[in-house]
Design a binder for this molecule. Structure first.
Ligand code: NAP
Length: 129
């Protein structure tokens, strides 16, 4: 059965909605953030590196002014970081409509295959959806 090809123009109006995207500092997450922002969503860029997040935000603002963008620190390899981010989001956003679990790594640092994870050991298991 042929697959229907979809493009950003198929994304419906997102005004009034808030989306959280993990790993929005690069790659698919950044493109997704750009598209949702262009469709009017408030977009939370949930990132582990705040400098990269700020650069991602600036890049989207260049392409899509005006856009409603928030950079939120969230390192998925640390449950403490995830809990802290959840608390901050709960306090700052009355509603969240869309959660996109995009962040992921194919291999742990150094190209090592995945191993058991812990908060102190950020690996593929800890990070990927
Ligand atoms: N591209 C493909 O062909 C493909 C195919 C199948 C599945 N996928 C999946 O699609 C997702 C996005 O892929 P991509 O190609 O866009 O990958 P990417 O360019 O490597 O982006 C991955 C994103 O995840 C973030 N990330 C990594 N570890 C994190 C952590 N501990 N906490 C928070 N964020 C973290 C990265 O942040 P930093 O910028 O700080 O590194 C980056 O923003 C991944 O889950 C990947 O496994 C991709």
């Amino acid at each position: 059965m042929p697959r229907e090809r979809r493009t950003p123009t198929d994304v419906p109006d997102q005004r009034g909605r808030t989306a959280v995207i993990t790993g929005a500092s690069s790659g698919i997450g950044l493109d997704t953030a750009r598209v949702l922002a262009a469709r009017g969503a408030t977009v939370v860029l949930a990132v582990r590196d705040m400098d990269k997040g700020a650069r991602a935000r600036a890049g989207i603002l260049d392409a899509v002014p005006p856009a409603w963008l928030v950079v939120q620190r969230m390192d998925l390899a640390s449950l403490d970081s995830v809990r802290a981010a959840a608390e901050e989001l709960r306090a700052t956003h009355p509603r969240l409509d869309l959660r996109i679990n995009n962040a992921g790594v194919m291999h742990a640092k150094g190209g090592q295959p995945p191993t058991a994870s812990s908060c102190a050991s950020p690996t593929t298991w800890a990070t990927s959806p």
